[in-house]
Design a protein around this ligand. Structure first.
Ligand SMILES: [Ca+2]
Length: 428
């Protein structure tokens, strides 16, 4: 199995006292990619920051001691010079009483000198002790650095397992023999570089490319145009995390092949029931066309055709809540058919009309049922909605959006019994 090393930029080898005394605080820029599997440099910086104050204090104390010793040394040198001069002078002096006086002065000086030597020795001893402590701490820190470095590398290897097969989508990968669901690199025909996707591959060799996943509400889907374009959230090898793969990737995947794709929407409600809806010839246009959603017809499923709109009570509702042919909207890019801003009021990104009967990137409501009051200041239905199954005041527990070439629907084990309805490409 191929393994990916998520970049862990450690600066630990260059630890020096300057780092402890420097003024630069650790700037933490959390990695929005796969950082959760690996301690980032932020984690290391946090640790170093914690250690810094005590190191600073010790270094300051050492500095102070060194200064004191240097003062004492200078004092002692002055004394020696003075004593030498006194001795020379004494030799030159004749009167004996003067000589005795000088001798007595010299004895006093010697005593003072000895005292200063003793004082210096005790300071030096203290300094040596501090140096010892510091060396020990540096050693401990180096060991911790090594441990951190190992920690940083090993979980990356253990956790992020990327399967070796690549292809233009997950079906291509399954066609090459892959039979394990997990993370794979794909490179659609027009893509300039490969990117990571979760492939849902079954034992019959059907390979679904997963585009969206809601599981537990841990990921906020209130994002801007760029984030919806590039994708957000985490991909996980065991399919446990929430994400939006990104509009640009969905565009590249869905428009590359002469074999059209089926889009499957799978949902689980809070009672544990699972339903799905399939759409044939699913495509998402390029960014210049605001990632417009198109499909040819509702292929089938037991969740109903909410993409075709829903009559909430007014005959025009269905027309104004259908999604086929809609451009993608986010709070900062309003491409909807409403005088207001659907994406802004619902805090999501979606193929908004005016606004929706299907809304899988909506706000996550635990336990499903919610009210206008729960929906915040706007009071609009902003949950994870599929109106042909549950009311728009019911938010789904789990959702998946995934795609597969349409020929797998007849050759694989996924053939649907639903009625095919040729609804055309829509005129809206
Ligand atoms: Ca609008």
């Amino acid at each position: 199995m191929a393994l990916i090393h998520v970049a862990c930029f450690l600066i630990l080898c260059s630890i020096s006292s300057a780092q402890f005394r420097g003024d630069s605080d650790g700037v933490c820029a959390p990695d929005d990619g796969f950082g959760k599997y690996c301690p980032t440099t932020c984690g290391v910086a946090d640790y170093l920051q914690k250690y810094k104050p005590s190191m600073d204090k010790e270094l300051d104390e050492m500095e102070y001691l060194l200064e004191e010793i240097s003062n004492l040394t200078k004092g002692a040198q002055d004394k020696v010079t003075y004593m030498r001069d006194s001795a020379t002078q004494a030799q030159k002096s004749n009167p004996p009483d003067y000589y005795i006086k000088r001798s007595s002065n010299m004895l006093d000086d010697i005593l003072r000198f000895e005292r200063s030597i003793i004082e210096q020795e005790s300071k030096i001893y203290e300094l040596e002790r501090m140096l010892g402590t510091n060396e020990k701490q540096m050693l401990q820190l180096k060991q911790l650095s090594l441990q951190l470095e190992q920690k940083c590398q090993q979980p990356c290897q253990d956790t992020i397992k990327i399967e070796p097969t690549t292809g233009k989508d997950c079906q291509d990968i399954a066609n090459k023999g892959a039979r394990t669901s997990g993370l794979y690199f794909v490179k659609p025909m027009k893509a300039t570089q490969q990117f990571l996707v979760y492939c849902d591959i079954d034992s019959t060799g059907s390979g679904w490319t997963v585009l969206q996943r809601r599981r537990d509400g841990t990921l906020d889907f209130s994002k801007n145009w760029i984030q919806y374009k590039e994708g957000f959230g985490y991909l996980s090898p065991d399919d446990t995390t929430e994400f939006w793969i990104g509009n640009e990737k969905i565009h590249l995947l869905s428009t590359q092949s002469t074999i059209p794709y089926i889009l499957r929407i799978e949902m689980t409600d809070w009672e544990g029931a699972k339903k799905h809806a399939d759409y044939a010839m699913f495509k998402v246009g390029p960014e210049v066309d605001m990632y417009r959603l198109t499909y040819a017809y509702y292929y089938g499923g037991d969740a109903g055709d909410a993409f075709d709109g829903f009559d909430f009570g007014d005959p025009s509702d269905k027309f104004f809540t259908s999604h086929n042919g809609m451009q993608f909207s986010t709070a900062d890019k309003d491409n909807d058919r409403y005088e207001g801003n659907c994406a802004k009021q619902d805090r999501s990104g979606w193929w908004m009309n005016r606004c929706h009967a299907a809304h899988l990137n909506g706000r996550y409501y635990k336990d499903g049922k919610y009210t206008e009051k729960d929906a915040g200041e706007n009071g609009f239905d902003n949950g994870i909605i599929w109106a042909t199954w549950h009311s728009r005041w019911y938010s789904m527990k789990e959702t998946t959006m995934k795609m597969i070439p349409i020929n797998r629907m007849t050759t694989g084990g996924d053939q649907q019994t639903g009625v095919k309805q040729f609804g055309g490409l829509g005129d809206i």
